[in-house]
Structure formats: C-alpha cells, structure tokens
Write a new protein. Structure first.
Length: 458
C-alpha cells in the first residue's frame, strides 16, 4: 500500500516505523530537514521537505497514486486542508486527519460527515486518551483495558502479585477456582525475558505482567485470581485542567469525588463554569502543602495530565510518596517511559493511543479494532472471518488447526451476541469476530494473509 504521512513528529515517526516494518511504500512529509534526516537514517522510507497542505508538496510526495493520506502534523488546519487538497486534486481514496481542537470536533457532523471537509477518518488524541484513563479508573488493579467486539470482550493487563490465588501455580488451575468463568491468558511479559505465549502448565510468577481476555462482566473475577483486587475507586485528583483533564473530570464527576488542580487562574474560572460537581483548585501539583491539605493520602487515583512530562513525573512521584493509592501519568516522550520506576503505576502515551486508532484503518482485511501494547512491542487485533471452507484458510477449521505463527495466539471469538473464549476445539465460522494477540508485530502480514478470502486453498 502506498501511504503518505504528513508530520514526522512522535506520532508520524512511530507510525512510519510500524508501517515500514510491514513492507508498505511510505513517504513522510515534514517542514523540518533535521527531523526527516533522522527518520531516513533509521527507516526505509522516502522523505519530502515541505508544507503538507501545498499542492506542489503533495505532488512531490506522490499523491496522484497514493492509496492513503494520514495527516498528523501539529496543526489541525494543515491536516484538514491537506486532506481537502488531496481529494480535490488527486482523489486520494482514504484521508485520515488528526484533529485536536474541540471547536472542530463539536461540529463533526456539519464539517466532516456532510463532506464539507473531505476527511474519511478523524483521530482525536485527547478523546482517545480520556477514554483510556476512564477505563483504567473503572477497572481497579488494571494496567491496560482494551475493548473489542463493541465492549463485549476485553483484553486486560494486570501485574500479578503475591496473594493472588493463581500466582505461583499453573494457569490451568484457574478453571478449578472459577468453574463458571471462562478466560484465556494471551501472553505473559516477565522482566528480563522474552514474552511468553502461555500453556495450561505455565506458572504465573509475582510481578509478571499478564494479559488476559474475558467477557466484560468477568474481568473483576479474573483480576482477583492474579492479585488482591483493589477496592472500587471513589476519590480522583486530576492535575492539569487542559482538554484532557477537563473532559475526564466531566465524565467522572457524577460517579466519583473529583478534584482538579490548575495553575492558571483564568483556566480555573473556566473550569468552574464548565464542571458541576468537581472541586477546582488554583495551584500546582508540585506543592506538597496543597496536596496534604487536599488529603492526598485518601486519594484513590492521582492523574498528572499537564502538557509537561517532567512536571507530570515529579508530581506523580510526590503524590505516590504522600500516600496516593494509584498514580496515572501522561508522558509524551517515549524515552521517559522506560526510565520511570515503581512510584508511577501507569504511564499513558498519547502517541501509542493515537497509533492504535490509526492502525485500525491502515491494516489490510476486515479489521474492527487494533490496539498497540507495551509501547508498540505487541499488538492485539480484532478481525472478521469471511468466506467458507473452500475460500478461507480459517472458516470451518478448529483453532488448533490454524496455521498461526508461533508468536500469535487467538484470545476469543464473538459470534453474534455470544462470547467464545478461545480453546482448541472451537471452530471458526463465517462472520466471527476473532481477537488475536501478537507478541511479534512482523507477523502482521502473515495473519492478514491467513484471513484473506481467496480460492483454491483446498
């Protein structure tokens, strides 16, 4: 597939890395020579210097025969205009734009669905990050919560701790503990080792990062097998009243006790008008006295959501040491994510959340959802199986008969309204939604080919 990416920043650069690994023809456009040079030195991609909204730049990038344009520059206006120019001059088939400003998003139907601005897919990073954090707060003890099949099936990551009934024991014993709950552990990540595709005899060790799949209603029960389950959260403190912090507070304030700390007095006034049941405080999350005055030791979840990574990290460490039970930190610089210690429970990367959303539209085949995991090291995909036993390599076959790469495991299947946790004797039927977990992203193309419909396979 020939893809043009506008913007070589962290999102554009990481996306180019994902797609170049999968043998796509990638061209990256940016206005910074140094940024393009660094990208070209480590990736097999073509680079073009220029403004992505200019017709001449798009022509140099090969827009006349591109299959897809992905506009992820820092400017909403450039992104939207580039999609409009590509459609008007080159009839580019698929146009994806990152749009951050709520001013545009609230008019989504009039601007985009009407065709006034020819964008096929809108990616809103702030909304995606907010939803991600909301899921983590709603599922105590989780490190990552990912929805599949319209939310009926969830892939959840938790850290196994001493005290969990299954920790130190074989996975097959879960069924003895929970005979009425079906689940499948998709992968285990153990410090200092390669990811483990588990079997029934695999033993879960303390501090393992365990990814399991289950129906939405069974998540809490399975989590309780891997750790002493956290009590439901009640008190949430948010530092940073920007778009993410304000939207999160709006979504949470009816169900939780929410406080927002914001440095800007003018922004505090705006937040006070916007939020109904949230306490808005003027100050800094780096002030120990303020945190103590607001009973940080009784706070269930502390969310550091400012636009400064260093401040987010430092205030999170402070909050944790002052007694906050769980800390969620927004970190945009991927280099910092590898440096954080135990003081920070969960680091949220807007880039990875955005890329997950983008990949769903870039992958080949009928893909319903894609989630990038562990900062891009692994991936989970929801594919729809099409065809019949003659035209498909998967339909009509048992799961243990599928020719899957060793790094790929099937986690679950949604058949109509029925959730089927993957076991070897389950037979794939046409229109099943199949959820797969991949610990090696280079096997993506092999999975896509396996699910492609053709003739002559038998």
């Amino acid at each position: 597939m020939k893809i043009i990416i506008l913007g070589a920043g962290q999102v554009g650069g990481t996306l180019a890395e994902h797609l170049a690994d999968e043998k796509n023809d990638i061209t990256v456009v940016d206005e910074q020579t140094s940024t393009l040079k660094r990208l070209a030195e480590r990736l097999d991609v073509r680079t073009v210097l220029g403004n992505g909204a200019h017709p001449s730049t798009l022509m140099d990038a090969g827009a006349e025969n591109a299959d897809m344009l992905i506009a992820v520059t820092d400017s909403d206006e450039i992104n939207m205009l580039a999609c409009s120019v590509a459609f008007t001059l080159y009839r580019t088939p698929t146009k994806i734009s990152r749009v951050r400003s709520a001013n545009y998003l609230v008019e989504h139907q009039a601007l985009f669905e009407s065709g006034a601005i020819p964008v096929d897919v809108i990616i809103g990073p702030e909304q995606l990050v907010t939803t991600n954090i909301e899921q983590l707060i709603a599922n105590p003890g989780s490190l990552q919560v990912l929805d599949f099949a319209g939310g009926r099936i969830r892939l959840v990551a938790v850290k196994a701790l001493d005290g969990g009934p299954i920790v130190g024991r074989e996975l097959q014993e879960i069924r003895e503990h929970m005979p009425r709950v079906d689940t499948r552990v998709a992968a285990i990540f153990r410090a200092g080792g390669d990811p483990i595709i588990p079997e029934g005899t695999t033993v879960v060790e303390p501090n393992d990062e365990v990814f399991f799949i289950a129906a939405r209603e069974h998540i809490r029960e399975v989590t309780s097998e891997l750790r002493k389950i956290d009590k439901p959260y009640h008190r949430v403190m948010i530092v940073g009243g920007g778009n993410i912090g304000a939207t999160l507070a709006q979504r949470l304030e009816r169900r939780y006790q929410v406080k927002v700390i914001e440095r800007s007095y003018e922004r505090c006034r705006t937040l006070s008008d916007l939020l109904e049941d949230t306490i808005v405080l003027h100050g800094s999350g780096n002030e120990p006295l303020l945190l103590k005055q607001e009973n940080i030791e009784n706070t269930d979840v502390f969310c550091a959501l400012t636009d400064n990574d260093e401040s987010n990290i430092m205030m999170s460490m402070l909050a944790k040491r002052l007694g906050a039970k769980k800390v969620i930190t927004l970190i945009t610089n991927s280099a910092y994510a590898d440096l954080i210690g135990d003081d920070i429970d969960i680091a949220i990367s807007p880039q990875q959340v955005t890329i997950s959303s983008l990949l769903m539209h870039v992958r080949q085949g009928d893909i319903n959802a894609v989630h990038s995991l562990r900062r891009g090291a692994a991936e989970a995909i929801e594919l729809t199986a099409h065809g019949d036993a003659r035209s498909s390599k998967v339909v009509g076959r048992r799961l243990d008969e599928l020719n899957l790469p060793s790094s790929v495991t099937v986690g679950a299947i949604l058949r109509g309204e029925e959730v089927l946790i993957a076991h070897g004797d389950v037979v794939v039927e046409a229109n099943d939604h199949v959820i797969l977990f991949l610990t090696d992203r280079t096997q993506i193309s092999a999975v896509e080919k396996l699910f492609a419909v053709g003739f002559g396979f038998i």
